[in-house]
Write a protein that binds this ligand. Structure first.
Ligand code: ADP
Ligand code: ZN
Ligand code: ZN
Length: 752
């Protein structure tokens, strides 16, 4: 573990200020409540470090003794009393930060989130930091500069003998201070060390300059009436908490509304936090913000290096960058004077962290705004059913942007009945005919299939054998070009067999993935350039921009891909959208499957077409009478959402109930179920909370481990939280075999 230099009063505060915050009462001196970055649910009490008692504040890191080791923790609170006698409390070794990492609001949010999601607090705090800070980097950014010292100047006046490098360095230093980094590659760093040893140079620290500001010279368009109404309403709520659902189709001008609101917030000397789904955080989006806002803007997303994330975090923390645009974990970024929170595409499942500290960044964004007393704007063309329900309940207020700026009306949507039109390689005749028609009209065509690979199944024509994943309850997907069979759940990757390993007969790929449809389209429309977008071909950041550039410039006429296509990009020349497999979503194992499908259909359709070219959308389904599908086609997303909400209510699913999921997995099925049964028994009569299971997961075996779960269902938050508070410590104390892993997921977004 990295060791920090301890912070001492003299090193961090100007003379005279040290001790000014000293506790003056004669009560017991302070006790520090410290969360350790470990699986501990409680904080531990420590005494402040000798000599700097008065500097300790919540949100600072400390080095503390733990047994015979020492470890790093976070001060989460100050107290006068401990459950332990003072004589048994140990003192913190060192205070590691001169200033808190988080203000009281964010620290309060993090403590609340740890309690709500039932995750160890130290782990939550660590998860909220960029890796570099977890590993010991300083919270404030300073550069160390070197200059000639008085002693050095005096010595140099005597004309000492210097090496060539030293002479060169002295010449540079006479022009002004330098940083060690500026000298890298010049061969002068060694000379710098030499002069430092003699005491001829001295260092001093300066804050790093803020990141460059956007030029902000871009012109704001005149807002449409709907945009103005939304802007005015939200502006009126600045300075207090309010949750707004900005419901507007893609291209209706939501981002424009965010930009104008952020301008107001900046004019008031405050900052804004903007959350976007991972894939939507493109250079174009950031450029659009920089073009309009003349302040430093930083981004935070997963493909930044640790160093980049650290400097972005520092710029936000110090207030140097008042606008932060980031993905999920950016919700924890400290931002002094936060005045507005925006969550774009609030329905997006990527806001849910699915591992470790499982949280919903969307929900935490609302909680943060509430604690901060500022408005939060949740934007979407396809709001989550939760948010629509919150509107119905009066917790959120809805603002609609019904029209696309500069575009024709809604696309025409029709269902192609697969019972009457057999599909060849996934494409039914009416869809093929429509593609032909639109291509002939010089339109572009978007073909959507949420399944990558060539085919989801390899089947033996002789004995019916189906290529299984050896480690999962799943079939291997055929990847024809690579001639491999791969498992999309565990990564198993095998060569494709030439014949059936059981009987030697011919094997055949069954079903379609994007790779197969690409072949089919190339055969049907030879010479028509096609771009495919899925995880097999888009691997690095920037790949998708390059692929879509071909569509934007008209070099490609057919765009084929998975749900990667549903986010963040517009396809203005696309006049036909074909959805090849709607039934996957209608009959998914999860209760949210149809919501996801509807969102994907509406999102992908909404990104196509513009003014002079109304779009056409064709959805292939073998179940065209499905009521959810019919309501989507005839009444649009809102019709669908009303019906889906009614179904959820009838079934007692969220948002009409609250769920928590205790998942467990292990190499032995019996052990996993025994553990879950024991856990279940500990809950006793759970009162209003129903406990269902243990039940096997939809895919029971994955990567060689058996997976099962207990589902807790409660009519409201309160009873569920009370049960979890009492029950989880007991589950934790269970002597389960070490091979069993388990986790708690509060408000899970997938329950299969
Ligand atoms: P959304 O975020 O809802 O997808 P955008 O804010 O990106 O919508 O707007 C879509 C397009 O319309 C953008 O090119 C934007 O510059 C433009 N636009 C937005 N509002 C207006 C307006 N009031 N007048 C003219 N163009 C606008
Ligand atoms: Zn066979
Ligand atoms: Zn597998």
């Amino acid at each position: 573990m990295t060791r920090w230099p301890p912070i001492t009063a003299s090193a961090t505060l100007p003379p005279g200020q040290a001790g000014s915050r000293r506790v003056t009462s004669n009560d017991n001196p302070l006790i520090l409540q410290v969360a350790l970055a470990a699986r501990l649910r409680q904080t531990l009490d420590y005494l402040p470090p000798a000599g700097s008692e008065a500097l300790a504040r919540p949100g600072m890191r400390v080095e503390v003794p733990l047994g015979r080791r020492s470890t790093v923790g976070y001060i989460t609170g100050l107290a006068r009393e401990s459950t332990l006698p003072r004589s048994r409390l140990r003192a913190v070794h060192a205070l590691l930060d001169p200033v808190p990492l988080w203000d009281d609001t964010v620290l309060g949010l993090l403590c609340w989130a740890a309690a709500y999601y039932h995750h160890p607090l130290g782990d939550v705090l660590a998860a909220a930091l960029p890796a570099a800070l977890r590993e010991g980097a300083a919270a404030t950014a300073e550069v160390t500069l070197w200059q000639l010292s008085a002693a050095g100047l005096e010595a140099l006046a005597g004309g000492p003998r210097l090496g060539k490098r030293q002479q060169e360095l002295v010449a540079r230093l006479k022009e002004g201070p330098v940083t060690a980094d500026e000298l890298s590659g010049t061969g002068l760093r060694e000379a710098l060390r030499g002069l430092a040893r003699r005491g001829w140079i001295e260092s001093f620290a300066e804050p790093v300059p803020p990141p460059p500001a956007g030029h902000g010279s871009g012109l704001a368009p005149t807002l449409t009436d709907a945009q103005r109404t939304a802007c005015d309403a939200i502006t009126g709520s600045l300075g207090g908490f309010a949750a707004w659902l900005l419901h507007g189709v893609t291209g209706s001008g939501k981002t424009e509304v965010y930009l104008q609101l952020i301008r107001r917030v900046l004019e008031a000397g405050q900052g804004a936090l903007v959350l976007v789904p991972e894939i939507a955080l493109t250079p174009q989006l950031v450029a659009r913000f920089r073009n309009r806002l003349a302040v430093p803007i930083v981004t935070l997303h997963s493909s930044m290096t640790d160093t980049e994330r650290l400097s972005a975090w520092r710029a936000a923390h110090s207030g140097a960058a008042p606008v932060v645009i980031g993905t999920r974990s950016a919700v924890f970024t400290p931002l002094p004077g936060l005045g507005l929170v925006v969550v774009d595409e609030e329905h997006d499942p990527s806001y849910k962290q699915q591992e470790g500290f499982r949280y919903s960044a969307r929900d935490l964004a609302v909680a943060r705004a509430q604690r901060q007393g500022v408005p939060v704007v949740l934007g979407s063309a396809t709001p989550s059913l939760e948010s629509l329900h919150n509107v119905a309940e009066g917790r959120y207020r809805r603002l609609a942007l019904p029209e696309r700026t500069g575009r024709a009306g809604k696309p025409r949507i029709a269902v192609v009945d697969l019972r009457h039109h057999a599909a060849r390689d996934g494409l039914a005749q009416p869809v093929i005919a429509a593609i032909e028609r639109h291509l002939a009209d010089r339109g572009q065509v978007l073909v959507y299939l949420n399944r990558r690979g060539y085919a989801p199944t390899l089947y033996c024509t002789g004995c019916g054998w189906i290529a299984p994943c050896p480690a999962c309850d799943a079939r291997l997907t055929v990847h024809m070009r690579r001639a491999r069979l791969t498992c999309h759940h565990c990564g198993t990757d095998e060569p494709m067999p030439f014949g059936c390993p059981k009987c030697g007969s011919e094997v055949r790929p069954v079903g379609q993935g994007t790779e197969r449809v690409e072949h089919a389209l190339n055969d049907l429309f030879p010479g028509v350039p096609l771009v495919r977008v899925d995880r097999d071909v888009i691997r690095r950041r920037g790949d998708i921009e390059r692929a879509l550039e071909k569509v934007a410039t008209g070099k490609a006429r057919i765009l084929l891909g998975t749900q990667m296509l549903t986010k963040g990009h517009d396809y203005p020349d696309v006049t036909l959208v074909a959805i090849l497999n709607a039934d996957q979503g209608l009959f998914g194992a999860d209760f949210r499957a149809s919501e996801r499908l509807a969102q994907q259909i509406v999102q992908v359709s909404g990104r196509a077409g513009r003014g002079d070219r109304p779009g056409e959308v064709l959805i292939q389904s073998a179940f065209p009478d499905n009521p959810l599908l019919t309501s989507l086609v005839t009444e649009g997303y809102e019709g669908f959402a009303n019906r889906a909400l009614a179904e959820r209510q009838a079934a007692g699913w969220p948002p009409y109930s609250r769920l928590a999921l205790l998942r467990a997995d292990g190499p032995d099925r019996g052990e996993v179920f025994a553990f879950l049964r024991e856990a279940r028994d500990l809950a006793g009569g759970a009162g209003e909370v129903r406990i269902l299971g243990p039940a096997a997961a939809a895919m029971e075996r994955r990567a060689g481990r058996y997976r099962a779960q207990l589902l807790l269902e409660s009519p409201a938050r309160g009873p569920l939280q009370r049960l979890l508070d009492a029950w989880l410590p007991q589950v934790e104390a269970l002597k389960a075999p070490r091979r069993i892993r388990w986790s708690m997921d509060v408000d899970p977004i997938e329950v299969d």
